[in-house]
Ligand binder design. Structure first.
Ligand SMILES: NC(=O)c1ccc[n+]([C@@H]2O[C@H](COP(=O)([O-])OP(=O)(O)OC[C@H]3O[C@@H](n4cnc5c(N)ncnc54)[C@H](O)[C@@H]3O)[C@@H](O)[C@H]2O)c1
Length: 415
């Protein structure tokens, strides 16, 4: 098949590679010329896709900036960003721009699938009318479906092939074509009755995580008051083989999904005079967690007879999750900014984030930083860092990830 992928980011590029690896011809379109040039040189900009995965694809993955190149594709998959506006409402501008561009090249017989996470109704109410400006009609002339992306950057135990794929088409024929498309690269495709079901299933998955993370973060704050080790409590509860699912507390939520997607549903709910309290409460709790972390660092320094002002605080891990360099919505950024506001001399070490131009910071060498800092805060625990070494060398360590469990040291404080 010849497949077009619109938006070659964390979602689109792995998908493009999966289709090309399965022997299909892929036209990869992105609005960012730097990404297209990079792919043209055979260089990946996504950590999960090494350059060595691009080389054997040759002409099967054709990066382009030209929408006209999509006209000859049988199917086109849209993977553009769906962020929030400044006032935390869905920002569909990338999707609407992409849809307008697609409408200009849409051909009879093509299948369009939206993968970007969004509120129920987007595919039918927002995407379909724009595509129909082409003069073609949904279901009759072209097929349209929603299929949520479930990628978890950095994860290796589940791949595009082994993660079941949900699809929901506007008509039965739309669903059937989407099923056939994804069966080329996925072992299991689950067909749902509508795009709305697929859109909401994706939001349920993310909100489930957001609510549970908020709950354990709250528990961690309570354990701090009670003087109980939250990690031991969670380890203990996790021994129950049924009826309990483990979630770990941390410095707050980051990434492009969990801090954002739930508010897509909250927005849609409000349109129906419904106010989903779990979503708002979880969002509030998770957004406040970095503030709690700063207060915990402040207390730890205070116990050592030091104020935040003038203290050198080393943040370990700036990205939002271990093993990746994605800093979008990372709680570490918020912690760093709050510590700076208090007069702290913030430095950071992150092998995946060489520099932070907005904060005028660059990752420092770990050895030297451990010797020079007043406190080290483990915010994102990249596996390449030796935390025994951190505990042994830094004068004070505050661990928000529980990776120092099992290390006994006077200078060690855990969430
Ligand atoms: N990153 C994840 O882990 C993840 C997981 C599941 C779902 N999602 C969802 O997938 C969607 C994409 O997320 P992402 O992380 O890949 O974003 P991203 O920012 O990494 O990639 C999106 C790409 O789309 C391009 N783009 C923007 N407008 C365009 C246009 N009009 N035409 C062509 N290209 C355009 C951007 O230049 C960018 O390269 C979002 O809706 C997100 O919520 C992301």
């Amino acid at each position: 098949m010849k497949i077009g992928i619109v938006g070659l980011g964390y979602v689109g590029l792995p998908l493009a590679v999966a289709f090309a690896e399965a022997g299909h011809e892929v036209v990869g379109l992105d609005a960012d010329s730097r990404k297209i040039e990079s792919l043209g040189r055979g260089q990946s900009y996504i950590e999960d896709i090494p350059d060595s995965a691009l080389a054997p694809l040759g002409e099967r993955l054709r990066p382009t900036l030209r929408h006209a190149d999509l006209a000859s594709c049988e199917a086109m998959i849209v993977c553009v960003p769906t962020p929030l506006t400044g006032s935390r409402e869905p920002d569909l501008t990338y999707l609407i721009d992409a849809a307008n561009e697609l409408a200009r090249v849409l051909q009879s017989g093509q299948l369009v699938v939206l993968e970007s996470t969004t509120y129920p109704g987007t595919t039918r109410e927002r995407l379909a009318p724009i595509l129909e400006e082409s003069g073609l009609s949904t279901g009759a002339d072209f097929n349209l479906a929603f299929s949520p992306e479930r990628i978890d950057p950095g994860r290796t135990d589940y791949t595009v092939r082994t993660t079941p794929k949900l699809v929901g088409g506007l008509t039965e024929a739309c669903s059937q074509r989407a099923r056939e498309l994804y069966e080329l690269i996925c072992d299991e495709v689950v067909v749902l009755s509508s795009p709305e079901t697929a859109e909401l299933a994706k939001l349920l998955e993310n909100i489930f995580r957001s609510v549970n993370i908020a709950f354990v973060n709250e528990l961690a704050q309570l354990c701090d008051r009670l003087g109980i080790d939250v990690w031991e409590v969670i380890d203990a509860a996790s021994t129950k083989p049924f009826g309990f699912m483990r979630f770990d507390p941390g410095p707050g939520m980051g990434g492009h999904c969990l801090p954002i997607d739930p508010f897509y549903l909250a927005f849609k709910a409000r349109e129906h005079d419904f106010y989903p309290e779990f979503i708002e409460l979880a969002g509030k709790m998770n957004q406040a967690q970095p503030v709690f972390c700063v207060e915990r660092i402040e207390r730890a320094l205070n116990d050592a007879g030091k104020p935040v002002k003038g203290s050198r605080i080393l943040i370990l891990g700036m990205s939002y999750k271990a093993g990746v360099g994605d800093i979008r919505e990372s709680p570490a950024l918020k912690i760093a900014a709050l510590l700076r506001d208090l007069g702290g001399d913030v430095i950071y070490h992150d092998p995946h984030v060489p520099e932070l131009p907005d904060m005028e910071l660059a990752s420092v060498e770990l050895d030297e930083a451990l010797a020079e800092c007043d406190a080290a805060a483990i915010v994102t625990a990249h596996p390449s860092v030796d935390y025994e070494e951190v505990a042994a060398r830094a004068p004070l360590v505050v661990d928000f990830r529980g990776v120092t469990r099992g290390i006994a040291a006077e200078n060690l404080i855990r969430l």
